[in-house]
Design a protein around this ligand. Sequence first.
Ligand SMILES: Nc1nc2c(ncn2[C@@H]2O[C@H](COP(=O)(O)OP(=O)(O)OP(=O)(O)O)[C@@H](O)[C@H]2O)c(=O)[nH]1
Length: 457
Amino acid sequence: MAKQSIANLNLNLLTPLTPEIMSRQATINIGTIGHVAHGKSTVVKCLSGIDTGKFGREKQQNRTIHLGYANAKIFECDNAECPRPQRYRATGSNASDQFPCDRPGCVGQFHLLRHISFVDCPGHETFMAAMLNGAAIMDAALMVIAANEFCPQPQTYEHLAAVNIMNLKSILILQNKIDLVGQVKAEEQCEQIKSFIKDTNAKYAPIIPISAQLNCNMDSVCDFIVRKIPIPIRDFTSKPKMTIIRSFDVNKPGTDADDLKGGIAGGSIIQGVLKVNQTIEIRPGLIFKDNTGQLQCSPIKSKIISLYAEKNTLEFAVPGGLIGVGTKIDPTLTRADRLVGQVLGEAGSLSRIYIEITAKYSLLKRVVGVQSDSSNRSTKINKLSENEVLLINIGSLSTGGRVLRVKSDLVKIQLTKPVCADINEKLALSRRIDGHSRLIGWGEIQTGKEIEPQMDM
Ligand SMILES: Nc1nc2c(ncn2[C@@H]2O[C@H](COP(=O)(O)OP(=O)(O)OP(=O)(O)O)[C@@H](O)[C@H]2O)c(=O)[nH]1
């Protein structure tokens, strides 16, 4: 694996394909989206070798509850005679960057072309908020559709609406479980898929038949990822900013004693470069009520003591993938995902903290993601009304929000949790309908009422 050196780092020359970076960390985020049990996690496992965290309750119920993450490297054989798609191969993230082609008789070498981070979304309707948080960091999506069911199923519809809102156009469709149907059924379903996507962001998406369970045609998936998913344009030179997706207080046996003392924040860098030894701030930080019952916050200041991407240690980390940031923060503040939804960056450079936001918003025409999609009357979305409580997703934050005022295309919302956000940042609006949180619209922050941060922690 290529060595990293901060001393030789020229930010102006970096790209997501710079060998020194791509060797150790994923630089493109690809979401797996689609209906429950259509095979999203199996696709990710097949490409990365990683079971994306179906733990405890998830394993018992055989369904994903949280976002799962797994990195994969994609290689191409350098022998011009090696045919497509067999000339492409995916491995786990800690593979070396070059190795001999394993196609019988081929004398070529596989070379690293892409390092991908898969953001594996839960397909069950109950976990839509997690899916929306994942959508906020995706550069592209694999929409997994099981070949043995009618298309579209409710969350196929809802997930596509969510990535439409994020304006994500780079989508590949994987027609999975092809082993369960004959050719006629597969072709029939392919027509259903084409008619479903024709007026959506996925209208130009290629449809790739696969069986993730049997590792069948997965080299085609690699081929399409390389040829059809554009390299994201990243900002390496602005002050670093990371949206926190996980936080924990894991003790790593056998590591440096200092490493055992601090909490860890995991997230995706939106812009800039984080470096070991850098002084950082986390906003809003510690959230509490003052003696008048008002919400207040104290940003957390600390220093980066380690950086890693899965098992690869880093000297510096750039946008893309899930980055673990080891800090000296009191582990009780990072335990059990306490910092999820917050923003980490260079001290003094982060955005303002809002407790009320005014957003320019649009509503979907009707509720997607319910079985009764075809009966328009029951799924029509009613206008926003004052005092109603919505679920708001901003970056990796999911919070409640009470509607204070609605005027033409503007809505003023009081948030249950403060958010560190930028003006013009996107948000998703969901409403509780029939006991489930349903995506109903989206917006962009225009202004807000700030909280003045209290003394730093
Ligand atoms: N026959 C067959 N079964 C498959 C295939 N891919 C996945 N499965 C099975 O389908 C079931 C669901 O697969 P998962 O990968 O957990 O589905 P998922 O979409 O990640 O599920 P959620 O995250 O809970 O929405 C499992 O029992 C898999 O073994 C396939 O290609 N063929």
